[in-house]
Design a protein around this ligand. Structure first.
Ligand code: MG
Length: 314
């Protein structure tokens, strides 16, 4: 629908990015996506973050989860063993462990800039140390992907902050690699071209994207369907989340909605993922933990929607 289309300047892609060597490497032979792929997933929490409890995943019969890392202090072998026991009982596998930190707030865009991820200077070192702990915790539960919101990376590459966050990301990538893991950056704050340049600049082969189409809309960072095509093989995990554009994208928040009620266009989204040969899980994210009954109901609705679309598309 027309309302879903961002302003043309948001879609504009510098020629240097479109024709870069980086994108050439995304043009891998297309693999056929089958019904065995695209396992349904849900974003969960143990004691921190905005996800649902593992029990909800179990009750809805969802086979995969991403999990928000437990609070600092609970990233222990004991906690890992408890989680592993529940997952084994439920027959659920973990596809990514998300880092998150005390003090982060997604209240509005300026607050995100000041509080989220590894960008805020005053907490950068302590949070980097925490991400290393989270990498170790992910290893304890046998997960080879860690992920996070980096925060707002400076758009101007001459800004000293750009080199600083690049250096921090490289350090984290190297730590994760030693643990046999990839690092996935949650999309939203950056446009797809900016994210591709950042990944290329990192010169790390274990840095990829966790694509969240709703965040592209919420933050006003570009048309999510276009972004899927542009990011291509860099997309190694995804969120299925929906949202409506703000009146002034990039200045104010869009509005998160139930899956299918927003302006992503789930059919278009899944077809775009099919076209890039994405075969990983479809992880539902619905960030309304303050309303757990509604959260569970809407995740159940999302499962039905995704299963129906899978059958139609694949
Ligand atoms: Mg997300």
């Amino acid at each position: 629908m027309p309302a879903a289309l961002p302003k043309p300047e948001v879609l504009a892609v510098p020629a240097s990015v479109v024709y870069s060597e980086e994108l050439e490497t995304n043009k891998q032979p297309r693999r056929t996506v089958t019904l065995e792929d695209w396992k349904i997933g849900v974003f969960t929490s143990v004691d921190a973050g905005l996800g649902v409890d593992l029990n909800v995943a179990h009750e809805l019969g969802i086979p995969t989860i991403q999990i928000h890392a437990p609070h600092q202090g609970n990233r222990t072998q004991e906690t890992a063993d408890e989680i592993l026991a529940r997952l084994s009982q439920f027959g659920i596998s973990v596809t990514a462990v998300f880092g998150g930190f005390e003090g982060e707030s997604y209240a509005d865009i300026p607050t995100v800039v000041n509080t989220v991820g590894l960008m805020p200077l005053e907490t950068r070192n302590s949070r980097l140390a925490e991400m290393k702990e989270i990498s170790d915790f992910a290893k304890m539960i046998g997960c080879n992907v860690i992920a996070l919101h980096l925060g707002f990376v400076p758009h101007d590459k001459q800004d000293p902050g750009y080199a600083e966050i690049l250096s921090v990301t490289q350090e984290l990538c190297d730590y994760a690699k030693d643990n046999g893991q990839a690092l996935h950056l949650e999309t939203g704050q950056e446009t797809a071209p900016a994210l591709l340049e950042f990944i290329a600049d990192s010169q790390r082969d274990n840095l990829f994207v966790n694509f969240d189409p709703a965040n592209m809309i919420l933050y006003g960072a570009g048309n999510p369907i276009e972004a899927v095509s542009l990011l291509g093989d860099k997309i190694r995990s995804v969120h299925c989340k929906d949202a409506k554009w703000a009146a002034n994208p990039g200045e104010e928040w869009g509005e998160e909605t139930m899956l299918g009620d927003g302006e992503v266009g789930m059919d278009d989204y899944l077809r775009a993922l099919q076209s890039i040969g994405y075969r990983g899980p479809l992880t539902i994210e619905r960030e309304i933990p303050q309303e757990p009954a509604r959260q569970k109901e809407e995740i159940g609705h999302a499962v039905q929607l995704l299963n129906r679309l899978k059958k139609e598309i694949l």
